[in-house]
Design a protein around this ligand. Structure first.
Ligand code: PLP
Length: 400
C-alpha cells in the first residue's frame, strides 16, 4: 500500500488554522463566537490597490510572470527599501514570491543543508520550526523571556551557535510577543554574528508597518557593511498592506543567495500571481497614508486591550511595541478550575476553557514555544474587542 512520506512525521499542523477552523465550526453550530486567533489585518485592501489588480486582469496581465518577479514591482520595492529601510538593493537583488512563507522556505533550502541547525528565538511564529524541519534541518530554540523583553540576548545567541549552525531567524516586530528590537539590541547580536561568518541572518520584517515606536524598526542589514553579504531581508504585503489573500512577499539580499532562492522557489510555485504583483507595485508606489492611520488604530486597540487584561485576575501582559497581538501570561490560572469543573493544567486548557465558557477563540502559547502564555489578536473591530475582553474577564473571575 502506498504510504505517506516520512517528512510528514516531523510536522505538526498549523495551530492557527486549527483554532480558526474550530471557531468556524462553533459559529456554524449557532454559537456566538469571537475569533481572536487569526493573524491577519482586519482592514480591507486599499481601493487604489484593488483597482490596479482589476485593471491588470482587464489588460490581460495574466500570463506566466518572470521567475524573480515583475520588473516594475522589483523597481518599486528597490525604492521602498531605500526610502523606508535605508537599504540599498537594486531590482536584481530582489525576489518576489507568493508570500513571505515560501521565501523563508526557499532561503533555508537554498542556503543550508539537511542536518544543519537554525536558531529560532522563542516565542516564535508557529510556522518557523515546521519550515526548518521541512528543509530537513533542526530548529534550535533560544528562550527569550519577558525579563529580556522577549528579545534574543547576545550571550544566549553566542551559546546557541555550534559548528552546525547555518542560520538565525530574526523577527521584528515579533509574532506573537509584539517585541521590536532596538538598534542597540541588534548591534549586540551583530558583534556575536561577526564572529561566525558561516551563519546567515534571515530577518522577517513583515510587521514593520505596525509598530508603535517613534521610528520604523531597524533593518539588520543597515547595521554594518560587513554583515550585508549574509543578511536576507524578508517582507510581505499581508499585514500592513492588508493584502494577505493576494499572496505577495519579497526578499532582498546578496545576488548569489537571491538567485539560489529563486531557483528553489520557482520549482515550488512557478512565480507569483501576475495580478497580485501589479497590485503590489501600486501598494508601494501609490498613496500609503493609510499605513500610519491603521497603525494608530491598532495602537488604540492595543492600549484598550492591555489595560483590560492587566485588570483581570491571574492574567498579565507587557505592552507590545508592534504587530497586533497581546502575549498574555496565564501562569496564575494554572491549578484553577473552569466553570465546567476542569482543572487548568496548561495554557491549552486555559484557551479551551475560554472557547467553551466565554466563546472567545485565542491561541495557546505552547505552539509558539513559550508557556504558560496565550496569544490574543486585537485585529478586530473595537466594539467586538471590548465585548471579548468583558467575556474574558468574566471567565477569569469564574475560575475557582
Ligand atoms: N512571518 C510572520 C512573523 C507571520 O506572522 C506571518 C503570518 O502570520 C508570515 C510571516 C506569513 O506571511 P505571508 O502571508 O507573507 O506568507
Amino acid at each position: 500500500m502506498a504510504t505517506l512520506g516520512n517528512r510528514l512525521h516531523q510536522l505538526t499542523p498549523s495551530a492557527t488554522m486549527h483554532m480558526t477552523a474550530l471557531a468556524e465550526r462553533m459559529r456554524a453550530d449557532g454559537h456566538d463566537v469571537i475569533g481572536l486567533a487569526g493573524g491577519e489585518s482586519d482592514f480591507d485592501t486599499a481601493d487604489n490597490v484593488k483597482e490596479a489588480g482589476i485593471a491588470a486582469i482587464r489588460a490581460n496581465i495574466t500570463r506566466y510572470p518572470p521567475g524573480n518577479g515583475r520588473e516594475d514591482l522589483r523597481r518599486a520595492l528597490s525604492l521602498k527599501l531605500r526610502q523606508d529601510n535605508n537599504l540599498d538593493y537594486p531590482p536584481d537583488q530582489i525576489l518576489v514570491s507568493s508570500g513571505t512563507k515560501p521565501l523563508i522556505n526557499a532561503a533555508l533550502m537554498a542556503l543550508a543543508d539537511p542536518g544543519d541547525e537554525v536558531i529560532v528565538p522563542a516565542p516564535y511564529w508557529v510556522s518557523y520550526p515546521e519550515i526548518v524541519r521541512l528543509a530537513g534541518q533542526n530548529p534550535v530554540f533560544v528562550p527569550c523571556p519577558a525579563s529580556s523583553g522577549f528579545r534574543l540576548q547576545a550571550k544566549d545567541l553566542a551559546s546557541a551557535i555550534t559548528p552546525r549552525t547555518r542560520a538565525l531567524l530574526l523577527n521584528s516586530p515579533n509574532n506573537p510577543s509584539g517585541a521590536v528590537y532596538r538598534e542597540a539590541d541588534l548591534r549586540e547580536l551583530l558583534e556575536v554574528l561577526l564572529l561566525h561568518p558561516e551563519v546567515w541572518i534571515l530577518t522577517d520584517e513583515i510587521y514593520e508597518d505596525i509598530c508603535y515606536l517613534d521610528k520604523r524598526p531597524v533593518s539588520f542589514a543597515t547595521l554594518d557593511p560587513r554583515i550585508v553579504p549574509r543578511v536576507i531581508t524578508i517582507n510581505g504585503f499581508s499585514k500592513g498592506y492588508a493584502m494577505a489573500g493576494w499572496r505577495l512577499g519579497f526578499a532582498a539580499g546578496p545576488k548569489p543567495a537571491i538567485n539560489a532562492m529563486q531557483t528553489v522557489v520557482w520549482h515550488i510555485n512557478g512565480g507569483c500571481t501576475s495580478i497580485s504583483q501589479v497590485a503590489g507595485a501600486e501598494a508601494v508606489s501609490g498613496d500609503r497614508s493609510y499605513l500610519e492611520r491603521n497603525a494608530k488604530s491598532y495602537r488604540a486597540r492595543r492600549d484598550l486591550a492591555v489595560a483590560a487584561i492587566n485588570k483581570m485576575p491571574r492574567l498579565s501582559c507587557e505592552v507590545p511595541d508592534g504587530a497586533f497581538f497581546l502575549w498574555v501570561n496565564c501562569a496564575g490560572t494554572i491549578g484553577r478550575r473552569t466553570p465546567g469543573g476542569k482543572i487548568i493544567q496548561s495554557d491549552s486548557d486555559f484557551v479551551a476553557g475560554a472557547i467553551e465558557h466565554a466563546g472567545i477563540v485565542m491561541l495557546p502559547g505552547s505552539p509558539f514555544g513559550m508557556s504558560p502564555y496565550f496569544r490574543m489578536s486585537y485585529s478586530i473591530d473595537p466594539t467586538i474587542l471590548r465585548k471579548a475582553l468583558e467575556r474574558l474577564h468574566a471567565y477569569c473571575d469564574a475560575l475557582a
